[in-house]
Design a protein around this ligand. Structure first.
Ligand SMILES: Cc1cc2nc3c(=O)[nH]c(=O)nc-3n(C[C@H](O)[C@H](O)[C@H](O)COP(=O)(O)OP(=O)(O)OC[C@H]3O[C@@H](n4cnc5c(N)ncnc54)[C@H](O)[C@@H]3O)c2cc1C
Length: 401
């Protein structure tokens, strides 16, 4: 094979940078990351809530962790349950800068201000990318291309690997706040008044600061928002004003972004290319946690990519080992959780209350499975607050089967 680089990664978010770190740490292959923003830290959309699987496995240093939380609280109108799940809240821009610096220390080159436009295809395989930088159009050829451009899926969409029409779309908006926060918890509130068709959250963010936001899934937002609806900022501001457990002194910054969740069992590889992270809908469809699965998908893809590069064969046949592994280890669970998500965010208030109450009755082992997204069918049945109106949703759910 002959190319400008062994590997080119489009997108410098958690998934693309972790891919570069993996290749750098485990081989001599050269990796170039092309990131559209002028700085990695400009990708400032995420609350950065994460868990020990990320901190421990990917060596995330304390100085990019803003706070740790003792537990997770689920709330709904008339119910509250505390789950023994310890977590971490990252300073997301600082986390990305750390990943980028660490990837460079392991030999990768990170080029910011480099917007990938299209795959270069020859003889039916991807052999590089076209990108623009400083107003100029350039090409970079590589033995392996990685799409890590997040929900935009810049390459995967053009290659027909991702069908936006089958995807569920959600939006989130969050304020980072200076002020009093009395909880030691990540709080999730399922309540259509606070967040129609989604949930509201507050996370600790260090001394005298916290993060508060709301997210909604488009389909269920339409079903549950009142006719005289406000903007997403109105909802965040109402949520900030709603509760005596916190008090705002000033708003430090606002974060916003979207999440796209397709059917979870996806095409992740083609000749010369793999897709990781949100570019191929690795985000967990139930709670919108995307950092952990994005980095896990990058690690899994890098393992398969290294074996393919070693053989000098980055054909789909070789790379599809990653696709098969992800789809069997995660895809099936993700698809089930997509179905649960369709029900959860469409619950009546009474179902939200019963769901939260049932979550409080889970055993420690079940809570551990919930944290790992490995709930069994029996766990789901214990959690599920059946309502006769659910029968009318059967047709909408069948499309996921
Ligand atoms: C409001 C909000 C709150 C969230 N909170 C959490 C949370 O608390 N915990 C959690 O785990 N997840 C959370 N998520 C989800 C999480 O942030 C994402 O799932 C995660 O960032 C996905 O990582 P990624 O690397 O796949 O994609 P991204 O983080 O989207 O990174 C993609 C990168 O590609 C770049 N890019 C895009 N197009 C191009 C192009 N053409 N050329 C070059 N570069 C390009 C982008 O600029 C970006 O830097 C949240 C999301 C939102 C919107």
């Amino acid at each position: 094979m002959s190319a400008d680089a062994d590997v080119v990664v489009a997108g410098g978010g958690p998934a693309g940078l972790q891919f570069a770190r993996e290749i750098g740490a485990r081989s001599e292959y050269d990796v170039t990351v092309l990131e559209a923003n002028d700085a990695l830290s400009d990708n400032d959309k995420s609350t950065g809530g994460t868990f020990e699987q990320v901190i421990d496995r990917y060596g995330i240093p304390d100085d990019v962790v803003m706070a740790e939380n003792e537990d997770v609280v689920f709330e709904a109108p008339g119910a509250s349950s505390t789950l023994d799940i310890h977590g971490y809240v990252l300073d997301f821009p600082a986390f990305l800068e750390f990943l980028g610096e660490d990837a460079e220390a392991r030999g990768a080159e990170v080029r910011t201000g480099a917007r990938v436009q299209a795959p270069i295809r020859e003889g039916g395989r991807v052999v590089g990318v076209e990108y623009t930088t400083g107003g100029e159009r350039r090409e970079l050829r590589a033995d392996l291309v990685v799409d890590a451009t997040g929900p935009r899926a810049v390459l995967a969409k053009q290659l027909g690997m991702f069908d936006p029409a089958s995807a569920q779309h959600g939006v989130g908006k969050e304020y980072e706040v200076e002020g009093r926060y009395d909880l030691d918890s990540m709080l999730f509130r399922f309540d259509h008044d606070a967040a129609p068709g989604g949930y509201a959250w507050t996370f600790p963010a260090g001394e005298n600061s916290f993060k508060a936001g709301i997210c909604s899934i488009d389909d269920f937002y339409e079903a549950h928002a009142p006719a005289d609806d406000g903007t997403i900022d109105d909802y965040v501001e109402d949520w900030l004003a709603a509760d005596p457990r916190w008090e705002v002194e000033s708003i430090r910054t606002a974060h916003a972004g979207d999440a796209v969740s397709n059917n979870s069992i996806n095409q992740r590889a083609t000749d010369g290319l793999v897709a990781v992270g949100d570019a191929v809908s690795s985000i967990n469809p139930l709670f919108g946690e995307g950092i952990r699965p994005g980095m896990e998908s990058a690690e899994m893809a890098a393992t398969v990519a290294l074996a393919a590069l070693d053989r000098g064969d980055t054909s789909r046949e070789r790379l599809a080992v990653y696709e098969d592994r992800w789809n069997s280890e995660k895809g099936v669970d993700w698809r089930l959780q997509r179905i649960v998500c369709e029900l959860l965010y469409d619950f009546t208030s009474d179902q939200q209350r019963r769901f939260v109450t049932s979550a409080g009755r889970l055993s420690d082992t079940q809570v551990d499975r919930l944290q790992r997204y490995e709930l069994t069918l029996r766990d789901y049945l214990e959690l599920y607050p059946f309502d006769p109106s659910d029968l009318s949703k059967a047709r909408a759910l069948v499309r996921h089967v």
